[in-house]
Design a protein around this ligand. Structure first.
Ligand code: SAH
Ligand code: SF4
Length: 343
């Protein structure tokens, strides 16, 4: 069976014309798919013989809502979606002044094993297909009756560890026939899979790259992020500089502040030295406490001190506003609770 949502429009056109159907039918089918229809028979302007052909040869990937939590504080919505094989991932929809942003997952679980991350702690099952990434957006839009304008690949999984599917997703989601969400409205977050950062840079996509740095020295970073043992901070920064040079895009560095682990003034000074002169911005995030870890978020004074020290060396930094704090909006936590029978 063909995963129809993962097809580029030219591939769908070819499939249809090769089988004796008119080319313009592809656009009709695509406009139904982006509305989130669950079966081909719901495509009311499509002739019966084409519906029959599609039913025999294709399937529609769908993200089924298993759980939905709505924040009483800021209306952030968190979904637990399941796919055809019952594997689940999380997505979060946030409302900002410029519109709705969705944070989607790219894998079921993650292999990277960062010690502060709920997803990392629960292991890896499989990669998501491009259609399963799209389906998260389509399901959320349909459920909330909204148009989502921005996408961040910051949910469960490491996007650059599922490179081909992620690139396919990016190309489809940004195309006019699909959801038409431009690359400038998309952010991809990575823990630092260095060779793939070079590959991404060479593609010169206009997306925002967000790099989860979280530590200014290899010693600290290797204890919290195992990927650092494969690619050191200096290799990562070199790749980031290459990315900036190729794309002329500013990089966001994510830095989860953990009490007494990575939040001393010395850490801030080292971070500033590492990043000064780069086209970048630092997002400081007080770490979310995750069951099973001892990590505690840094206090306000530490956060302010970081912003000041970085600022003095010309590195702009902001403390990220936390949305959905009452629904555990950071990814990986809802799925764990669900598995443990907590929700
Ligand atoms: N794998 C990618 C994207 C998914 S993780 C990456 O690591 O970048 C999305 C972001 O959430 C990353 O910046 C990650 O470091 C951060 N994160 C994970 N657990 C967290 C926690 N407990 N508190 C704060 N940020 C966390
Ligand atoms: Fe994977 Fe990102 Fe979590 Fe690390 S922080 S375990 S890379 S999802």
């Amino acid at each position: 069976m063909i995963d129809i949502v993962s097809l580029y429009s030219f591939e769908l056109e070819k499939l249809l014309t090769d089988n004796g159907f008119q080319k313009f039918r592809a656009n009709q089918v695509l406009s139904w798919l982006k509305k989130g229809v669950l079966s081909f028979s719901q495509m009311t302007n499509i002739p019966a013989d084409l519906i029959g052909f599609l039913e025999t040869n294709c399937y529609i990937s769908h993200a089924e809502i298993e759980r939905k939590l709505v924040s009483k504080i800021d209306h952030t919505v968190k979904y637990l979606f399941s796919f055809n094989d019952n594997e689940c991932v999380e997505s979060v929809v946030m409302k900002y002044h410029h519109g709705y942003t969705i944070c989607i997952s790219t894998q079921v679980g993650c292999k990277m094993g960062c010690t502060f991350c709920a997803t990392g702690m629960s292991g890896y099952s499989r990669d998501l297909t491009a259609s399963e990434m799209l389906a998260q957006i389509v399901s959320a839009q349909k459920d909330l009756e909204i148009r989502i304008s921005n996408v961040v690949l910051m949910g469960m999984g490491e996007p650059l560890d599922n490179f081909d599917n992620v690139i396919k997703f990016l190309n489809i989601v940004s195309s006019e026939q699909s959801l038409n969400i431009g690359m400038r409205h998309i952010t991809l977050s990575t823990c630092g899979v260095v060779p793939k950062i070079y590959d991404l840079a060479d593609m010169k996509l206009q997306l925002t790259l967000s790099v989860s740095l979280h530590a200014p020295t290899d010693y600290i970073r290797s204890t919290t992020m195992p990927i650092n043992k494969a690619y050191s901070i200096s290799e990562l920064i070199r790749a980031c500089k290459y990315y900036i040079e190729k794309t002329k895009r500013r990089i966001s560095f994510e830095y989860a502040m953990i009490d007494s682990v990575n939040d001393t003034d010395e850490c801030a000074r080292k971070l500033a030295d590492l990043l000064s002169g780069m086209l970048c911005h630092v997002n400081l995030i007080p770490v979310n406490s995750v069951k099973g870890t001892e990590y505690v978020k840094s206090n306000i004074q530490r956060q302010q001190s970081f912003v000041e020290i970085l600022g003095k060396k010309g590195v702009t930094a902001t403390v990220r506003r936390t949305l959905g704090s009452d629904i555990n909006a950071s990814c990986g936590q809802l799925k764990r609770k669900h598995k443990e029978g907590g929700i």
